[in-house]
Design a protein around this ligand. Structure first.
Ligand SMILES: Nc1ncnc2c1ncn2[C@@H]1O[C@H](COP(=O)(O)OP(=O)(O)O)[C@@H](O)[C@H]1O
Ligand SMILES: [Mg+2]
Length: 290
């Protein structure tokens, strides 16, 4: 079995609390693995067999460079998830593909640079960039904060970014559901508290996963998560997937986002999930899946 690299980042080396236990769990199964920053200039990616993306949490700020790295690694080693999946998932405009297949998503208006600014009639709404992670450059507004929201949208557009405007789903207070699939099988799910608790502010230091608790997904949630992941390109080759769902006003689940690049997997809450991850990585990297 060849060498496995877990791709991380400067911020991941500092904050990915799952990295050390994952390396230990892989080591216990006899998999020789190491964590390497994706932007490590001196690293020879051709020297490893498989690269499993884990905590490349700065990719959204350097997307072109990152996608260049993804293509390079995919050309010289086996990359999980595949490059095509990473590229598709890096811009939340993929939500349109889900909607086109009839899957429920958070209702979204996309505003490209240059598009006239439309503000929704909702009592509260969210403005966020289509390329982003960790709720960066994201804010929640009330209907009377139109001027503030418009300035936010225009500044994102001026930076060449596509903007998403959505109703604020207030039932997010009952928890956003994060369903984790490993090797194509459901593994575990967590529920997390709302991130946008403050109104009218952009705060890039927000906690991305507040108040985590283990969650038993409803059949409707599981079904939607499976269908959403199946809508991705090369979906059979997806080693790691997280489907984040919110509840619409009528209580039915809708897709907030799919995390197919570098999702945090909450192993501190699930020793079984950690074991499963190590087994799946061993199996996929040994057998050459993907
Ligand atoms: N339409 C919305 N209604 C309620 N909360 C939202 C909405 N959009 C985003 N949020 C909150 O902001 C967080 C980050 O948004 P998300 O779309 O998941 O982007 P990312 O995690 O990639 O930054 C979510 O976890 C959720 O708490
Ligand atoms: Mg999210």
């Amino acid at each position: 079995m060849g060498r496995v690299v877990l791709a991380t980042s400067a911020v991941g080396l500092e904050r990915d609390v799952d990295l050390p236990p994952v390396l230990d769990a892989l080591g216990a199964l006899g998999v020789s693995a190491e964590a390497v920053r994706w932007d490590d200039e001196g690293y020879d990616w051709a020297a490893c067999d498989s690269v499993v993306i884990r905590s490349t949490w700065d990719y959204a700020e350097r997307l072109d460079e990152y996608l260049g790295w993804v293509d390079h690694v995919a050309a010289v080693a086996r990359l999980h998830n595949p490059a095509e999946v990473v590229r598709w998932n890096s811009d939340k405009r993929y939500l349109r593909d889900l909607a086109a297949q009839g899957l429920p998503i958070v209702p979204t208006v996309f505003l490209a640079p240059g598009d006239p600014v439309e503000l929704p009639g909702h009592e509260q709404f969210v403005v966020k960039p289509s390329v982003s992670a960790g709720a960066h450059d994201t804010a929640r507004y009330t209907a009377d904060q139109g001027a503030l929201a418009e300035a936010h949208i225009r500044s994102l557009q001026a930076a060449g970014r596509t903007v998403m405007v959505q109703p604020y789903l207030s039932r997010i207070a009952e928890g956003e559901r994060a369903l984790v699939f490993l090797g194509g099988e459901f593994s575990h799910a967590l529920r997390k508290g709302p991130v946008l608790t403050d109104i009218g502010v952009i705060d890039n230091a927000r906690v991305a996963h507040p108040d985590l608790v283990i969650h038993q997904p409803s059949p409707a949630e599981r079904e939607l998560a499976v269908a959403a992941i199946a809508a991705a390109p090369r979906s059979k080759e997806i080693l790691i997937a997280r489907a984040d769902l919110a509840l619409a006003d009528d209580g039915t689940p809708v897709v907030m986002e799919l995390e197919l690049i570098e999702p945090f997997l909450f192993f501190g809450h699930t020793p079984e999930g950690l074991e499963r991850f190590a087994r799946v990585v061993r199996e996929w990297t040994a057998s050459g899946v993907g």
